[in-house]
Design a protein around this ligand. Structure first.
Ligand SMILES: Nc1ncnc2c1ncn2[C@@H]1O[C@H](COP(=O)(O)OP(=O)(O)OP(=O)(O)O)[C@@H](O)[C@H]1O
Ligand code: SF4
Ligand SMILES: [Mg+2]
Length: 338
């Protein structure tokens, strides 16, 4: 294992999706013969990270860079193609549903869209009771009722509203209920996938504060996924920047925002004036994000990078440790020219 003190350790995780379709869809006509071609989306490619207890690890990156796939693999919802995932000392990738049960209680997920993730036909009471009863079978009705009221109070939703249905609440309140559902089983680790992206800016701050408060009171650990760099800046302990299924930079939040090293991180930060350094110019990237079906050779960022050289087009850069404790995957940084 990579990091013995970590709550969660991911090593060399790979997750690809075969989207070839049926046999007929795979057959194409090339050079006067029929050949069979498979189409694979290379969503997550050789990702290694660890998350320490009580840490908030922000994962940022543009749409389609593999953030949700990573999150789902961590929770055992997608079996990885290769690589390992440990929860403390326990290897949890490729467990059966039954073997995964004790970890399901420790690891909970909060989704982006509270409209879609709450069953519209269930009252809030039932929504909250369900995970509690599933994981804690020997319990009295009184205990369940007290727990529902306690957690609703904690997330700032009036407990007497437990008999209402999700559509009777606003977006922010629904996300509070999603958080309550995750907290019902007293988890240790929460994967929050874009938990505030669907909410108005004013509500976003309230939900972030609530997540912070829950983290402090319960000593929680978060894997916090977002495409919005301004969200993780004030929220995360460390930040991992993803591009096309790989982690290109990982470091303590303050330092990463102050002195980003990877050209992609620099470009992302410079696009947000209030976040970029005072004198940072907006770095415009060349071209578009390539498709994860046909990954570029070498550094996946080379086609858009102003500093790419011959080596960058051929050799995949590995994450290297910098003196600061940060990690960056860039030949330019390793060669001392960036
Ligand atoms: N179940 C699936 N089957 C096929 N392709 C998938 C599947 N899930 C994700 N993908 C593809 O994998 C790539 C990564 O998707 P993913 O949802 O992990 O990205 P993301 O970073 O979460 O994006 P977003 O910010 O839009 O949520 C995308 O190209 C996506 O289309
Ligand atoms: S490895 Fe090369 S192409 Fe990739 S980010 Fe660094 S300098 Fe740019
Ligand atoms: Mg996603």
């Amino acid at each position: 294992m990579e990091n013995n003190n970590a709550l969660l350790t991911i090593t060399n995780l790979v997750k690809h999706f075969d989207i070839s379709g049926g046999l007929l869809e795979q057959l194409t006509w090339e050079d006067w013969r029929i050949v069979r071609r498979r189409t694979t989306v290379k969503a997550v490619n050789d990702v290694s990270l660890s998350i320490r207890p009580r840490e908030i690890l922000g994962v940022v990156g543009e749409s389609g860079c593999g953030k949700s796939t990573l999150a789902r693999a961590v929770l055992g919802l997608y079996p990885p193609d290769s690589g390992k995932i440990y929860y403390q000392d326990n290897r949890i990738d490729h467990l059966t549903s039954r073997q995964m049960l004790p970890f399901r209680k420790k690891m909970q997920m909060i989704f982006q869209d509270p409209y879609a993730s709450l069953n519209p036909r269930m009252t809030v009471k039932r929504i909250l009771e369900e995970p509690f009863l599933f994981h804690k079978r020997s319990t009295t009705p009184n205990e369940v009722q007290n727990k529902v009221a306690e957690v609703m109070q904690q997330v700032g939703v009036e407990p007497s509203w437990a008999t209402r249905y999700p559509h009777e609440f606003s977006g922010g309140q629904r996300q509070r209920i999603s958080i309550a559902r995750a907290l019902m089983v007293d988890p240790e680790f929460i994967v929050a996938d874009e938990p505030v992206s669907a909410l108005d800016v004013s509500i976003q701050a309230q939900i972030l504060n609530l997540l912070m408060k829950a983290q402090e009171e319960r000593g929680l650990t978060y894997l916090f996924i977002t495409h919005d760099l301004s969200v993780v800046k004030h929220f995360s302990t460390r930040v991992a920047v993803m591009y096309l299924g790989t982690v290109c930079e990982l470091g303590a939040t303050g330092e990463l925002y102050q002195s980003p090293r990877h050209p992609y991180t620099r470009a992302l930060l410079s696009a947000i004036p209030e976040l970029g350094r005072q004198k940072a110019k907006h770095v415009k990237l060349k071209g578009e994000v390539p498709t994860p079906i046909d990954l570029p050779s070498g550094c996946v960022f080379h086609g858009r990078c102003l500093y790419a050289n011959e080596r960058c087009t051929q050799e995949i850069p590995k994450l290297i440790d910098l003196n600061s404790g940060a990690q960056v995957a860039c030949h330019g940084v390793e060669e001392g020219r960036l």
